[in-house]
Design a protein around this ligand. Structure first.
Ligand code: AMP
Length: 547
């Protein structure tokens, strides 16, 4: 134990807890008139946002919710979800953001496991809740979320959201409590076994928010979220709180646009109409957006887009840049709240023509402030940051899930040796730029060598006929595994000329970037690549389909 000096506070000195309610103080102060927009359905200002959060808290209290209870939400991205992000934890209750894309069995599992007390459910998910209600062990009642006329239901409902809110007062005193109280929980989308619950405290979410404002809002090298920006998330609010950006945007008082269900044409229209300047999404959503009809009429110039959740290929990044989109990469995971790294462009990088910046913009990024991130060998020994050595990324920051909900053994495995183990393998160069090579379980082991499926995807994506690509290792008697590529062609291309793809890849062999045996011999052209519930390439399913 280190003997530091700790002084007695004055009598009456206030020990300010890091609580989510305090994130609300500044936005309204600076920009009371700024708008919160819900697709093409509703808009109101920051004063109203604050009032509605109070009304919601009063509604929940009247429905019997108290500190320590859990409130589940099944909704598309909406103003309501934003209100829940605040009101539920501000009462001392836990917000469970339910992944609406899980199977009904998995949804039942997660809702029982999280011990949800009350469920806020959008009409689109009412049939699902009616189907599973009898199997939900702890749920007492429901609040209906509706965009039109509330649908009638047999479920025990307290009422419809808007009517309930309008009947409640705009006054509410939110209590102080321990900043380590759990604020939110949700489940990882892993493809094996039951989903695992992660959870974050008020303290963690406040520190994550302050850090996001202090990184995306401050550095010229990643100027993503500034006071005059217009923000629209395109990663769902049920998945890692839409990367936590709604909390940062609200603290700053920026205009926020919530698009409802993700429909590419509507997204493009909203970007145009609301003059959106900052969003974040997984690469597959970008792919969808660039290919939709409305994209042809949309001017994407000035739209800053942070891509994460899976590797961003140079092919896709260049296509986005051609449309005027300014792309950046980010890395994180459910367990990490999620912010770990973001592309940081130095002055000399920014001086290059945009297309020459793509290799820097598509790397995984540099760890943001307060993130202690390193790579280690299988025994946990640190490996050099020389751009060559490859090891597992381990991290420490103040905002990492401290375990898995009610699964201490899995939590201890995650935290082996006092570092959170990401399961991702990467190199880090002298500048601190991280480059993820693969998930440990997706690395292709061929003839005693390890191939990075992400690097192969990146190289294949630069062939002019390729719109999207996934590379997996499939079993091979002689080599153990060999790479196989699944390719979606660009709209205007009728057939893949395999010879031209081989020639394209041979260029990288000649440059010494890959070995000859890394070129996939087996290629399957498909119309769509299988995705997980949050839109990532589902490599486990692809391997199963191919074997
Ligand atoms: P999830 O917990 O579902 O958000 O998934 C987290 C995982 O997504 C990470 O462990 C990585 O394997 C992957 N991932 C996230 N961001 C990136 C990125 N920029 N590049 C490559 N993989 C990423």
């Amino acid at each position: 134990m280190v003997n530091t000096k700790i002084l007695e506070p004055a009598q009456g000195a206030y020990d300010y807890p890091l609580l989510i309610k305090n994130l609300l103080l500044s936005g309204r102060r600076y920009e009371p008139g700024r708008e919160i927009v819900y697709a093409d359905k509703l808009r109101y200002d920051y004063v109203t946002l604050n009032q509605r959060i109070c009304r919601l808290a009063n509604t929940l209290s009247a429905a019997g919710i108290k500190a320590g209870d859990t409130v589940a939400v099944l909704d598309w991205d909406s103003h309501r979800y934003l209100e829940c992000f605040f009101a539920v934890p501000m009462l001392g209750a836990v917000l469970h953001t339910v992944n609406i894309r899980l199977s009904p069995d998995q949804i039942i599992y997660t809702m029982n496991h999280a011990e949800d007390d009350l469920v806020m459910v959008h009409d689109d998910f009412l049939p699902l809740m009616e189907q599973v209600h009898s199997e939900l062990e702890t749920v007492k009642n429901y609040i209906q979320l509706t965009d039109h006329q509330a649908t009638s239901t047999q479920l025990p409902t307290v009422g419809e959201y808007e009517s309930l809110l309008s009947a409640c007062s705009t006054d509410c005193e939110f209590p102080d409590f321990d900043e380590n109280s759990v604020a939110t929980t949700f489940y990882t989308t892993g493809t094996t076994g039951n989903p695992k619950g992660v959870y974050f405290s008020h303290r963690q979410l406040v520190l994550h928010t302050l850090n996001m404002v202090g990184s995306l809002g401050v550095y010229e090298g990643m100027p993503l979220l500034r006071s005059e920006d217009v923000y629209m998330p395109i990663t769902p609010m049920f998945h890692v709180h839409a990367w936590g950006v709604p909390y940062a945007a609200t603290l700053m008082g920026v205009k926020q646009v919530y698009p409802g269900r993700y429909e590419p044409n509507l997204l493009a229209q909203l970007i145009n109409k609301e003059k959106v300047t900052f969003s974040h999404c997984v690469p597959t959503i970008l792919q969808m957006l660039l290919g939709c009809d409305e994209a042809k009429n949309t001017d994407f110039k000035g739209w800053k887009l942070l891509l994460g959740g899976s590797a961003l290929t140079q092919g896709l990044a260049s296509a986005a840049a051609e449309s005027g989109i300014e792309v950046y990469s980010a890395y994180g995971m459910s367990e990490t709240c999620p912010l770990l790294t973001v592309s940081y462009l130095r002055e000399e990088d920014r001086a290059l023509p945009m297309m020459e910046q793509m290799s820097e913009r598509t790397k995984t990024g540099t760890a943001v402030p307060m993130v202690d991130l390193r790579i280690v060998d299988p025994d946990g020994n640190p490996m050099p940051h020389d751009g060559e050595a490859v090891g597992e990324i381990v991290v420490r920051t103040p905002w990492l899930t401290q375990s898995y909900l009610k699964e201490p053994d899995k939590g201890a495995e995650l935290w082996k040796g006092g570092w959170l183990h990401t399961g991702d393998v990467a190199s880090i160069d002298e500048r601190g730029v991280v480059e993820i090579k693969d998930r440990i379980k997706d690395v292709i082991k061929t003839g005693g060598e390890w191939l990075s499926s992400l690097e192969l995807e990146n190289l294949i994506s630069q062939h002019p006929a390729v719109a999207a690509v996934a590379v997996v290792g499939i079993e091979d008697e002689q080599w153990g595994e060999r790479p196989m590529a699944m390719i979606v062609l660009r709209e205007e291309v009728v057939e893949l000329d395999e010879l031209s793809l081989q020639t394209h890849m041979m260029r990288y062999v000649e440059e010494g970037r890959i070995n000859k045996w890394a070129i996939p011999k087996q290629i399957e052209v498909v119309t769509d690549i299988p995705k997980t519930s949050v839109g990532k390439i589902d490599k486990k399913l692809i391997r199963k389909m191919l074997s």
